[in-house]
Every structure is written in structure tokens, then in C-alpha cells.
Design a protein around this ligand. Sequence first.
Ligand SMILES: C[S@@+](CC[C@H](N)C(=O)[O-])C[C@H]1O[C@@H](n2cnc3c(N)ncnc32)[C@H](O)[C@@H]1O
Length: 228
Amino acid sequence: MHARRQRLIFAAGLLAAMAGCRSAPPLPPAPPTATIATEYDLIYAISHAKMSRAPSPFLTSMVARLGLQGGTALDIGGGAGRNSIFLAQRGFRVTNVDLSRVGLDLTKQRAAMAHVPVTTVAADINRFDLGQARWNLITLIDFPFAYRALLPRIAAGLKPGGVVVIQEVAQGQPGLESPDKVLRYTFMARGDLDAPFAGFTILHDTLGEEPTVWGVKALMIRYAARKP
Ligand SMILES: C[S@@+](CC[C@H](N)C(=O)[O-])C[C@H]1O[C@@H](n2cnc3c(N)ncnc32)[C@H](O)[C@@H]1O
């Protein structure tokens, strides 16, 4: 009886250890949203003239390849709006949700100059209601912050046939951090995408060293998938 109990305890321990191995390792604590907002307000205020206004080449290539246009688009952490404005020019009704009011002001100015409408929402995306089956396209481009809880909400928020486009620095990339070290970036693990987008049709899925908006090459995840 004693031996049987010991075998059961061992088996339970093994199962718990295996479950632990399967679950993703914990991420470092995210910086407070007020810190992120202040940092990005400063970054956009000081550097906006030098920042590229060109949309993400990965996003433009996916939009062209899939012939995406029109419908509703959510640009998560869209910042100064380079991707929002590109999508609005493709006929999408775009909402850019970002913590940085300076970034959103730049989006509004640039959208007005481009004569396209973009809705801006100053909010923490983790508290913003993505809704259910609401968006034709959701973009998560260069968003190196708490992302894991967002992924299932993105999946739920997409309409059937809707597309998610993600471009993120991958874990394993050494040496990229905010210059003043105030922001601790949280890089993505490719495996984190599998469960939230299970059943989606994968349209693009690469992990490789690519040019970034920061002017250096980095190990990047590029992923696009369509909801059934
Ligand atoms: C590196 S910038 C990328 C901006 C834009 N996606 C692009 O590709 O140009 C990251 C953006 O995410 C925003 N951000 C970070 N955490 C956020 C959160 N919890 N909710 C909304 N926006 C957030 C920042 O304010 C910043 O504008």
C-alpha cells in the first residue's frame, strides 16, 4: 500500500513537472503603463521628425499579397500612425489604440495631412474592449510589451475571415533595450502564438534576422494568419 502511494505521488509529481515544461515561462513584470506612456510621449516629442513614416514593409507586403482593403482595422499600439495611415489609405476604417497621447496627436496630424480618417483612442490596450468578431484586420507591429493576454483577445476580436498580422522582436535577440534603460522590453516567443491562433490558416510564419524600425537588424517574428 505504501509503495503504491509512493508510485502515485511520483506520477503526480511527474505530471506536474511535464505540465510545467509545456507552459510558457513567466515573463518579467511589465513596466507600469504610466511609465510607458511618459517614455513614448518623450520619444515621439523628441524624435518624431527623424522617425520613418514608412509603414512596416511586412504589413504592406501582406496587405498586397492578400489583396486586403476596406473593413475595420485595429492597430494595437499604433504610435505615431505610420501603419494606421497606410491602412486608412487602403480603405480600412482604422482605430489606433495607444497609451501615448503625443503619438496619437501625430497620428491625427498626419492622417489629416493625408486626407484619411483614423480614429485614435488613448487607452491601455489591456483594458480596451476588442469585442467579439468586430475586426477584419488586427495588427500588432513592434509592440514589445505585455502581449500574451492580448493574443486570445485578438483571436476573439477578429471576424471570421479576419486577418492578424504580427511583427515582433523574438526572444533570443540580444542587446536591444530602450536607450535610457527606463523601459524593459518584453520580446515575443514564437510558440506563444500557437494556442491562441489554433485553427487559423497560417499565411506567413518566419523567424529570422531582419531590418527593424530601430535601424538595426534583429531576430524578428513575422506572422500572419486568417481566422476560419
Ligand atoms: C515601438 S512603438 C511601435 C509603434 C507602431 N506600432 C509602429 O510600428 O510604428 C510601441 C507603441 O506601443 C505603445 N504601447 C505600449 N504599451 C501599450 C499599452 N499597454 N496599450 C496601448 N499602447 C501601448 C507605445 O505607446 C508605443 O506607441
